[in-house]
Design a protein. Structure first.
Length: 186
């Protein structure tokens, strides 16, 4: 019979260590007791970190969908106002304010997409569409906030093509000038 080079106490300690590691792995991760406030921070970090691959494609699709929605919302808002349907206009304006705050603003909260080569134009287009809707809603204070944010995020890229007003293209610099001049016309 062959003797092990490890003394019996060493084998016993090794087995105890393996058992403890096995229990640690099988016993759960302990995340069940983490307060919900920390879960929100994980979600927020996902929206503020640069993406690549499939996550980048998903972010692009979400931004494109939001841009299509904003186009439709802008046309609907303008039509309601031109028909002088004040009740529907006010109701839809309330919905749009909630949509901008709950859906669009979190999507645009991170600054990485303003610098990402594949998303920067979409990011700028969404910001201009938001501003156009705010002009329609006659919220000039928030329009000015969007203007300042666009200027800050896209400094040095004034020649980039953007969609403003919705349906036409112009350089970012020209679009900012038109937005500044038109913010009181809503």
């Amino acid at each position: 019979m062959r003797r092990s080079p490890i003394p019996p106490r060493g084998r016993l300690a090794g087995l105890a260590l393996l058992a403890a590691l096995g229990l640690a792995c099988a016993g759960g991760s302990g995340f069940e007791s983490v307060p919900e406030e920390f879960a929100w921070e994980e979600t927020a970090a996902e929206h503020t970190s640069p993406l690549s691959g499939e996550n980048l494609a998903q972010a692009r699709l979400e931004m494109q969908r939001a841009q299509r929605d904003l186009r439709h919302y802008s046309h609907t808002l303008r039509d309601l106002r031109s028909r002088a349907d004040h009740g529907s206009y006010n109701l839809f304006s309330s919905y749009l304010a909630a949509y901008l705050g709950l859906q669009l603003d979190p999507m645009l909260a991170g600054d990485w997409q303003s610098r990402h080569p594949e998303l920067m134009a979409l990011d700028a287009n969404l910001r201009f569409a938001k501003a156009q809707i705010l002009v329609e809603m006659r919220d000039t204070g928030r329009v000015q906030d969007v203007i300042e944010e666009i200027e800050l995020r896209f400094t040095g890229r004034e020649n980039m093509l953007v969609e403003f007003p919705i349906g036409s293209q112009r350089s970012l610099g020209d679009a900012l000038k038109a937005l500044r001049d038109g913010k009181w016309k809503g």
